[in-house]
Design a protein around this ligand. Structure first.
Ligand SMILES: [Fe+2]
Length: 393
């Protein structure tokens, strides 16, 4: 690896992803002429800056990348981070992942365990040492409170699974970026994604893609009064949050929970350490562009601390119905087809996104359309999100 590249120029090109005039999303770029197998420190830094700037990039042409190099890249993005996936090692994740690990097999790439194999169906006779393996998982939208009829799903009518950031929200800080490499997915026929919330909204997409919206845009859609409160407020996530809300059900849009009082009590949770409970500002600053993103992972929030100035005594809200209703009025504004983008990744592409700025979700498709293979890697960050003003935690 080169040692002093601080004066060199990045060698790759960055081109904003094309979009139709009617589309309102303002993120995403394509990166070309970059070989991640042999990337120097200058280009690692430039690529990180490109991810923060564009929120999401699709790095083309990585068909021959060794899986361990994806993990190495992730560690080089955040060299001070402990060398562990943001969700911990596989054994811990499969045991303690709660909602996240239930109902699906999660494998690591042999020899590169922190690169997680995400997908479904038969993964091939020998996928980097994973032999003759079929990944089984339950339907992505099985956790929605209102069922999507099986016969509709079988013909390609589907939903967003769960809008989220990649974050344990306990102990480790969320990864700055997530990287997702595409090996295989069906490309046709199109699925039709239904909101099923009474709005009648739908959008069409190729199968096997990931959907994104930008919480910088969520923030931009807020009123000045809402922004002022969000800038000064924070949330506290439940201890072991995915166990805490593991019995809860989602709205049909995949954004937010329905209120059924199914959250566990703190006494029902595995032992936890108070020092590992996460309190984060509602607004997270982009370290490269300075933009503000409204970043509240509503399904895991246990308490909100509301104030509209740095000196005000915060109002402590633990009424989950009230917190969720308030979040819904803000977050559902951006949950519209024009703000949602699904990068059309093909084999050799690696999509990388600013996990501190975006929400994303899987969208399931019928099994008989074909297998899906992706490699996902991220690293629990060396430092967590920073808000516009310090929060007293
Ligand atoms: Fe994710």
């Amino acid at each position: 690896m080169t040692s002093d590249t601080s004066h060199a120029q990045p060698s790759f090109t960055v081109t904003p992803l094309p979009k139709a005039a009617s589309e309102k999303h303002n993120f995403g770029a394509v990166v070309e002429d970059l070989d991640l197998e042999n990337i120097d420190d200058c280009n690692v830094k430039a690529l990180a800056d490109a991810i923060w700037t564009h929120k999401l990039v699709v790095v083309k042409g990585q068909q021959n990348l060794n899986p361990i190099k994806q993990w190495e890249l992730v560690t080089r993005f955040d060299p001070k981070a402990p060398l562990v996936h943001s969700h911990g090692d596989l054994k811990t994740f499969n045991k303690q992942g709660g909602l996240l690990s239930r109902g699906r097999d999660v494998y690591g790439v042999p020899g590169a365990e922190n690169v997680r194999i995400i997908g479904k169906g038969y993964q091939g006779d020998d996928h980097f040492g994973l032999k003759k393996t079929t990944i089984n998982k339950e339907l992505a939208h099985l956790w929605h409170n209102d069922k999507l009829p099986d016969e509709d799903f079988a013909t390609g009518h589907t939903r967003f699974q769960r809008w989220h950031i990649d974050a344990p929200l306990y102990a480790r800080d969320p990864a700055w970026f997530t990287t997702l490499r595409c090996f295989k997915r069906p490309t046709e026929p199109e699925v039709t994604i239904h909101w099923d919330d009474g709005s009648g909204l739908t959008m069409k997409a190729e199968p096997g893609l990931t959907a994104f919206f930008s919480n910088v845009q969520t923030y931009e859609l807020m009123s000045q009064e809402e922004k002022n409160m969000a800038d000064h407020s924070w949330v506290e996530y439940a201890p072991h949050p995915y166990q805490w809300m593991g019995s809860c059900k989602s709205k049909s849009t995949g954004l937010g929970l329905v209120n059924q009082n199914k959250e566990k009590t703190l006494l029902e949770l595995e032992p936890y350490e108070e020092g590992n409970v996460k309190k984060y500002p509602m607004v997270w600053i982009n370290p490269v562009t300075g933009e503000r993103a409204f970043m509240v992972h509503g399904i895991c929030v246990r308490r909100a601390f509301l104030r509209s100035s740095p000196t005000e005594e915060p109002e402590v809200v633990d009424d989950l119905d009230r917190i969720r209703a308030w979040l819904a009025t803000i977050q559902e504004r951006v949950l519209k087809p024009d703000y949602i983008m699904m990068p059309p990744v093909v084999e050799g592409d690696i999509v990388m996104w600013a996990n501190y700025q975006m929400f994303h979700t899987a969208v399931d498709y019928p099994d008989h359309w074909g297998a899906r293979t992706m490699h996902q890697a991220n690293i629990g960050a060396s430092t967590g999100p920073v808000g516009p003003v310090p929060i007293p935690v």
